[in-house]
Design a protein around this ligand. Structure first.
Ligand SMILES: [Zn+2]
Length: 103
């Protein structure tokens, strides 16, 4: 049985729910602001240790919200962003930044 835990969203720091996914070293976070996404413990550590990465988290939050827009609860696990490596996180953030700048 998976257990939801009280958790702080690594992207926006709001109180969120997180479910540990067995065997993946990953949590599925349900945040009232960012919606639902999956994030590995490694990326959580990366965010906590790298202020530059944390500063880009709002762009990742935007990407997460777009990925789940209009997706029902039954399909959310399939569609939500899966932030499992620093590389994915950085590419996502960089793409968001480019969009915001109108490139
Ligand atoms: Zn959040």
């Amino acid at each position: 049985m998976r257990q939801a835990q009280s958790y702080k969203c690594p992207l926006c720091d709001r109180a969120a729910q997180a479910v540990v996914l067995p065997g993946l070293d990953t949590r599925r976070v349900e945040c009232p602001y960012c919606t639902t996404y999956e994030i590995s413990e490694r990326v959580v550590r990366f965010l906590s240790e790298k202020p530059e990465a944390k500063a880009r988290a709002r762009f990742v939050s935007d990407a997460v919200r777009r990925a789940t827009k209009g997706v029902g609860p039954a399909d959310i696990a399939e569609h939500c962003l899966k932030l499992r490596t620093e590389r994915y996180f950085l590419e996502s953030a960089t793409r968001e930044e480019a969009l915001q700048q109108g490139d």
